[in-house]
Design a protein around this ligand. Structure first.
Ligand SMILES: Cc1ncc(COP(=O)(O)O)c(C=O)c1O
Length: 384
């Protein structure tokens, strides 16, 4: 059966029937609202979880298998390069602790979300320091980063694919290529782009890519994944080691005390413990919405929606557009500074337009369920 074509209005009617009455939700960059089918999956799995003996073991393993497969499909990876994680930061910590980083410098952009900062600052006792490349005109300075990567003391780079506050989309091909040329690892926080921008990790020089599913993937809190490039699966030494990552015990609980220290051959070696199967079942239902719609089509739709904000801001002398206007450099996040920031945010909130304020700017983050009218309503309120 072929999937029906992506129709934002139909998606909204089927999965977000509350939104017309309650007001536009323009805050996927904070938390993605779960589609109706994911809520149904949550209810069904809660009922099953109440009687765990009725859930075949194969259903649990199958849920995890589907999750790895779907996340892989969304980022252009193979399922055996995907480990299920509770969030983005766990995957970034896997990179920080598990990659064989020699003493030296890890580079990031100033202005990154703290998940790109603290896990690497925590490596000081190993002689590793984190250096933040200063911003240029408020945005990441990619030229300066790429120039700095060539320094002999640089051992890794960690950047967001899409920045949380500016919406800036990093050129992963360029940054990754510079890392390869310098023998440095390339680590990416993907949560602000994953699901709404096409990605082909196999075509990119990216070593580790981490994302939670609670934002653009519309899934529940506590779900996410990390991609580890195939060639690094046995190079990354997991800091956390448990029982669920070993070949003998991951899928057969009958001989747990054989104690064969033998990591699984694929990325499941980084899944240390019992997974939140019911949450991943919900995440699967949610991610299916995007897979059915098609990420390239969602991306094109979001480009048009955020383009309305960009055009509006560019037409106003009193509004500062934080996000780059170039569609190649933005995804679903668009940030702008209106003349009266607090007043504008209060008007949006009073009118029921879900948004947020980050780093001194109003951040709007529409998704596939939003309409041009949603965005225009927000702009009219920003106008005062
Ligand atoms: C760029 C970025 N990374 C990470 C996170 C969150 O990390 P985690 O999924 O680990 O909670 C956010 C948002 O909260 C984010 O915007």
């Amino acid at each position: 059966m072929t999937a029906p074509p992506f129709d934002p209005a139909a998606l909204r009617a089927a999965e977000y029937p509350w939104m017309d009455a309650e007001g536009p939700y323009l805050n996927a960059a904070s938390t993605g609202p779960m589609p109706r089918r994911a809520v149904a999956a949550a209810e069904a799995w809660a009922a099953r979880r109440a009687r765990p003996h009725t859930i075949p073991f194969e259903d649990l393993l199958g849920t995890a298998t589907v999750a790895r497969r779907q996340f892989a499909a969304l980022v252009g990876a193979d399922a055996d390069e995907i480990a299920l994680m509770p969030n983005t930061t766990y995957g970034l910590n896997l990179a920080a602790r598990g990659l064989p980083l020699r003493p030296g410098v890890v580079l990031t952009f100033d202005g990154e979300f703290p998940s790109c900062v603290y896990p690497f600052e925590a490596l000081a006792s190993r002689g590793i320091t984190l250096e933040r490349v200063p911003r240029r005109d408020g945005l990441p300075d990619e030229d300066a980063l790429v120039a700095a990567i060539a320094r002999p003391d640089v051992v890794a780079v960690v950047v967001s694919w899409v920045q949380f506050a500016t919406g800036y989309v990093a050129d992963l091909a360029r940054i990754g290529a510079a890392c390869r040329a310098a023998g440095a690892f390339c680590i990416v926080d993907g949560i602000q782009g994953c699901g709404v921008r096409p990605l082909d990790l196999h075509a990119l020089p990216v070593d580790v890519f981490a994302s939670g599913a609670q934002k653009w993937l519309l899934g529940p809190w506590g779900t996410g994944f990390v991609y580890v490039r195939r060639g690094l699966l046995e190079v990354v030494q997991p800091h956390d080691v448990g029982w669920a990552c070993m070949t003998g015990t991951a899928t057969d609980y009958r001989r747990l005390t054989d104690y064969a220290f033998d990591f699984l051959p694929d990325a499941r070696r980084f899944e240390v413990v019992t997974l939140a199967y019911h949450d991943f079942a919900v995440a699967n239902a949610a991610a299916a919405v995007l897979l059915e719609a098609g990420v390239p089509r969602v991306a094109a739709y979001l480009e048009a929606l955020t383009g309305r904000v960009v055009a509006w801001a560019q037409g106003r002398r009193d509004v500062r557009l934080v996000t780059p206007a170039d569609p190649a450099r933005r995804a679903g996040v668009v940030a702008l500074v209106p003349p009266d920031l607090e007043g504008a945010a209060a008007r949006l909130a009073a009118a029921g337009v879900a948004h947020t304020v980050r780093e001194g700017a109003v951040r709007l983050s529409p998704h596939a369920y939003n309409t041009p009218a949603d965005v225009d309503a927000a702009l009219a309120l920003l106008d005062g």
